[in-house]
Design a protein around this ligand. Structure first.
Ligand code: AHG
Ligand code: MN
Ligand code: MN
Ligand code: MN
Length: 297
């Protein structure tokens, strides 16, 4: 069954050509694949860009540029920081964001989302890159929207929900097991095959959209990890607009977020797309992971 007729494809291609005039990476409109949602471009991360990545990115940049509250933006999809040029529109906040998290799940209809963190521009600064290359401790707010069976916005405030101190779910891509450190393998083995016969094994849940995996961990407790491994030596997830906002939210909910050996919010990124290993969730579970990671191999 032909899903789209020729005129539908022409319309899509015209839109993409218009869109591609503004977007930060090269789009080959003719290579748009209606069925897969691929936009035919590769972003600064080396990832295949989906049409929704482009559209979400453009919407957030345009809204944040015109709101008059923001001076500096960092987006996963833009190689360099975006400075608001018009002095009349520059504001006191810096927003770092992942416009669309979980892109690999778009065509499968699995939950995806948007992740963001907010810094305040430093004293006497007019808004430059040094305003965002700061530790997660300096973030003043963070949140995510999840677009799934329902749409939800989670915003970190001083009150809000409390994550259980210990959970019964672990969330990690076990397809990477062969690349893990022995300590990482030993930790996950200890919760899958507990040495104490009276303890039940943890359940496995892994969506592959950070927003969905973190949201479930926030509500049900347990541990989410994207550890460093032989393939991704610094881990895969980006500090500024994935790790920090989720760590900020976790700690506000009484949980904990670590690089695997120390609090991740204490890290200062060396560049706007710097990556880090991350282990977050119920405090006792993450501390257990750190105790395994600290063992000499
Ligand atoms: P993004 O779609 O913004 O590039 O993020 C994808 C990330 C994150 O959502 C998820 O936790 C992780 O990639 C999944 O990676 P693997 O497919 O390697 O498990
Ligand atoms: Mn991506
Ligand atoms: Mn992401
Ligand atoms: Mn993304």
């Amino acid at each position: 069954m032909q899903l789209q007729d020729a005129s539908y494809n022409e319309k899509i291609e015209t839109n993409l050509v218009t869109l591609s005039r503004h977007c930060p990476f090269k789009l080959r409109a003719s290579s748009y694949h209606p069925k897969t949602g691929l936009a035919g471009g590769v972003n600064v991360q080396g990832e295949d860009v989906k049409k929704l990545d482009v559209i979400a990115n453009e919407i957030f940049i345009n809204c944040l540029k015109s709101c008059g509250k923001v001076s500096v933006m960092v987006s996963e999809e833009n190689e360099t920081a975006i400075l608001v040029e018009d002095p009349a529109l520059r504001g006191k906040y810096c927003v770092v964001f992942d416009p669309l998290d979980g892109s690999s799940n778009i065509d499968a209809g699995v939950s995806i989302g948007t992740i963001f963190g907010i810094y305040q521009v430093k004293e006497n600064s007019t808004g430059e890159i040094s305003d965002v290359l700061r530790s997660g401790r300096e973030m003043i707010a963070a949140g995510y929207a999840m677009y799934g069976s329902f749409t939800i916005l989670v915003l970190a405030t001083s009150q809000g929900i409390k994550i259980p101190n210990r959970g019964k779910i672990y969330s990690v891509n076990e397809g990477n097991t062969k690349y893990w450190t022995p300590e990482c393998r030993a930790y996950f083995d200890s919760i899958k095959n507990p040495s104490d016969a009276s303890k039940s094994p943890y359940s496995a849940r892994y969506v592959g959209s950070m927003v969905a995996d973190v949201h479930r961990t926030l509500l049900y407790g347990g541990i989410f990890a994207y550890p460093a491994d032989q393939k991704s030596k610094s881990g895969k997830l980006r500090l500024l607009y994935e790790c920090f906002p989720m760590a900020f939210i976790m700690e506000h909910a009484g949980g904990y977020a670590s690089t695997g050996s120390k609090p991740i919010l204490d890290v200062t990124p060396a560049s706007i797309h710097a990556r880090s290993p991350i282990v977050l969730g119920s405090r006792d579970d993450v501390l257990d992971y750190e105790s395994f990671a600290a063992r000499e191999s």
